[in-house]
Design a protein around this ligand. Structure first.
Ligand code: SF4
Length: 382
């Protein structure tokens, strides 16, 4: 068997190599893996973390994914939708802090009223970023509103304005199709299909979004081989960005009895997955998620030390934060807005990274693709 140190120097990895990286529990090998992922992130993306101000617009959802605390079937959830003014105030906070982008998410709906509302929200944030903050193209926007029609994707893209910093996050959650079906099994609209998820990702790409996906790590019934297949799927989909976090159980979900991994093992597997993915996909943006921070206080910093280069500090108004409980004990629901200032300080102190203020923060992967497209177009001219 190849020495682990030799494996870390590769740029191409077989499935067996990826599995070995993912599976290691040797403390020295783990540290070497994280250090290599951090080093390669610096080489490709520089010494900067991109911030997106996260606004949780509404926890109303018409679906019933079994793992999710805000699924329709959780009658204990207190439902809310922010007003346009509240959303603008949250976006204003993020832009004032110098975050070049906002990330908007909610439960999944596809009724005309919701589609109109999101279109209005995107247009209002774009206008504000141009008028109040002098960002000529408008701020960056990452949307995360689930599977929608091509027409809806196009309407929202047009409203968001800045096509150079337009992103959509739609996680596959797992590439194991049997497990995907289990996570999305149930009555009526609980059903989601893996094929529809892939079609939505393809539609997003054709509409011009930077496409992001991701998975949960440590789902009951998920194997390390599944995680390797996840990484290969990210490559096949040619994604621009990834959001991955540990699977955390939710009392409002329908998987409580299936339990979850032990915290220490889950933290190690999550870091192994982040670092292995970084080695396999060096040019994509990878976010250090709130789920990671919920697993262990300070773990978002560990995510950065494992190869992440994006963070999404929560700027949602205080009054509704506790209601967006995708999983139990979600981090940041009680914290005041200044906790983001504290997060920045901790990040700089613990990782040596700088905050990428006033930058759109598109991934190197996306920027290279754009460049190739332009070169091809120029070459095709007579
Ligand atoms: S994962 Fe998304 S679509 Fe599924 S129940 Fe939760 S909010 Fe709704």
């Amino acid at each position: 068997m190849k020495p682990f140190a030799e494996l870390l120097q590769q740029t191409d990895f077989s499935d067996a190599d990826l599995l070995r990286l993912l599976k290691t529990s040797d403390p020295l090998e783990c540290q070497a893996l994280y250090a290599e992922a951090f080093k390669r992130t610096t080489q490709v993306h520089g010494n900067v973390i991109y911030f997106r101000g996260l606004i949780e617009i509404s926890n109303i959802c018409t679906y019933d994914c079994r793992y999710c605390g805000i699924r329709k079937g959780n009658l204990a959830a207190r439902r809310y939708t922010l007003s346009i003014d509240e959303i603008l105030e949250a976006a204003r906070y993020a832009l004032k802090a110098g975050y070049g982008s906002v990330a908007l998410q909610s439960g999944e709906r596809d009724d005309p009223k919701f589609i109109d509302f999101i279109e209005e929200v995107c247009a209002a944030i774009h206008d504000m970023s141009v008028r109040e903050f002098g960002i000529a193209e408008g701020c960056g926007m990452t949307l995360s509103f689930g599977e929608q029609s091509l027409e809806t994707y196009e309407r929202w893209a047009a409203a968001a304005g800045n096509r150079n910093a337009l992103r959509y996050l739609l996680r596959i959650e797992t590439s194991n199709q049997k497990l995907f079906s289990h996570l999305h099994s149930g009555q009526g609209r609980a059903q989601k299909t893996y094929a529809a998820r892939l079609q939505a990702l393809s539609d997003l790409r054709s509409t011009g979004y930077q496409v992001g996906t991701g998975v949960m790590i440590g789902i009951p019934g998920q194997s390390e081989e599944d995680l390797v297949r996840d990484i290969l799927t990210f490559k096949e989909l040619d994604v621009d960005m990834l959001g991955m976090g540990p699977y955390l159980v939710s009392q409002g979900g329908a998987m409580v009895e299936e339990g979850m991994m032990h915290k220490d093992a889950l933290l190690r597997l999550t870091r192994n997955m982040l670092s292995t993915t970084r080695l396999a996909l060096p040019t994509v943006n990878i976010a250090a998620t709130t789920a990671l921070e919920t697993l262990e206080s300070g773990a978002r910093t560990l995510g950065v030390l494992s190869g992440c280069n994006v963070m999404m500090p929560n700027v949602t108004p205080q009054r509704t934060r506790a209601s967006y409980q995708l999983y139990d004990n979600k981090q940041g629901t009680e914290s005041d807005p200044d906790s983001n200032v504290q997060l920045e300080a901790e990040l700089i102190a613990n990782t040596g990274r700088a905050i990428g203020r006033h930058l759109f923060g598109s991934s190197v992967h996306f920027r290279s693709r754009q460049k190739t497209k332009k070169t091809k177009a120029a070459d095709a001219r007579p």
